[in-house]
Design a protein around this ligand. Structure first.
Ligand code: FES
Length: 117
């Protein structure tokens, strides 16, 4: 089975590199490595688990996020503009390349528009 190296980066500067199998989601691989990432529905509906692709296969985030991951089901919580900007739902996304991802609850907050701004 093919596996990929995923480097996870938190806003605090903490980083961890984990290995994920091609049939495993990023969230499942993180849990296997005993790392806590935020999640809610685990079905692609809420967006709580969102991460952002920073680098894929040694290239910067201009690599399409849809080439870097395969989804187990429709990522309903993401709009097209989110996917274009590199956001990915870690609960249903299975890697297709080595990559570096921003993770943590702040990534989900980036998806939600502030009505008071
Ligand atoms: S946990 Fe709800 S979309 Fe991933």
């Amino acid at each position: 089975m093919t596996s990929y190296d995923l480097t996870l980066e938190w806003p605090t500067g903490r980083t961890r590199t984990i290995e994920a199998d091609e049939d495993e989601t990023v969230l499942e691989a993180a849990e296997r490595a005993e790392l806590a990432l935020p999640f809610g529905c685990r079905t692609g509906a809420c967006g709580t688990c969102a991460g952002r692709l920073l680098e894929a296969d040694g290239s910067d985030s201009t690599v399409a996020v849809d080439d870097a991951f395969a989804y187990r089901r429709d990522p309903r919580a993401l709009k097209t503009r989110h996917r274009t900007a590199g956001y990915v739902l870690l609960c249903i996304a299975m890697p297709r390349t080595d990559c570096r991802l921003a993770v943590g609850s702040r990534v989900h907050a980036e998806l939600v528009e502030n009505p008071w701004k």
